[in-house]
Design a protein. Structure first.
Length: 84
């Protein structure tokens, strides 16, 4: 059940990040879920490094969304450069 919960939360975080970030990214369901999961994972790692979270403790919802937006900006920049 933990994996299903991670996917659901990752999807919600990814959708909110895409909704808050201006612009149009052509991302499918799977990439949106991966964006949210990546945002949550990186927010947890950064939070642990800064002393906000303990090991094994999940990142906060807002922190996950903020990091997912940062990942979305990076993704958009990489898409813009593409093959030339």
């Amino acid at each position: 059940m933990g994996i299903v919960w991670t996917i659901v939360v990752g999807f919600v975080v990814g959708v909110i990040a895409k909704w808050l970030h201006p612009g149009k990214e052509n991302m499918g369901f799977i990439v949106t879920v991966l964006l949210g999961i990546g945002g949550s994972f990186l927010a947890g790692m950064l939070g642990q490094a800064m002393g906000w979270y303990q090991a094994g403790e999940g990142a906060g919802f807002i922190a996950s969304i903020v990091v997912a937006i940062v990942l979305l900006v990076i993704y958009g920049r990489l898409q813009d450069k593409g093959p030339q």
